[in-house]
Design a protein around this ligand. Sequence first.
Ligand code: SF4
Length: 200
Amino acid sequence: MKQYDLFERIEKQDAIDILNGQIRTCRGCKLHITRKHALSGEGNIDARIMFIALAPGIKEDAQNRMFIGPSGQIFNKLLMASGIDRKLVFMTNLVKCMLPQNRKPEKDEIKACSQFLDREISIIRPEVIVPLGLYATQAILTKFHTESGAAGLSFSKMNGHLVISDRQKIFPLPHPAALLYNPSFESSTIDKYKKLHSYL
Ligand code: SF4
């Protein structure tokens, strides 16, 4: 855990509370029409590790909680197997509102929502950002101006490897939902998640 003085921590909590209020009432793109809840980030505001998933699933949308559906159960299993306590991390989504029928996010939706993710990163100031899956990874690599074509590498080659750009550590990992379709990748995925342990 990071160390702060009391006032800095109160300021940080206030900033995240204000931001969460803005997310909850946002109508910045058409996804507000089909959502029940716009999900703000959840977890430890002093976290060294910030996970960024794609978007809330149907259960998360209904109950207004991060990672409680089938992907969330796999996420918990991956964290447990990797020795990472969920209480020590911060979790959020690239797109804060559910994507109907689990469709892909559109560019204008990612763009409209990026202000919230940018703000979460600047408030939490994680040592390591962990984008989960292709879309979150592309967005984070672009935000931090990765060099040498890192943003152009295929996700399968990139995940599980640390990238440092603009002095930010970025560690792309497979999205837990990928194991719903390819359970045979479980042990290799756990091995990749285990590499995060050194940042706790
Ligand atoms: S996806 Fe983001 S920009 Fe679009 S309505 Fe939801 S919170 Fe607003």
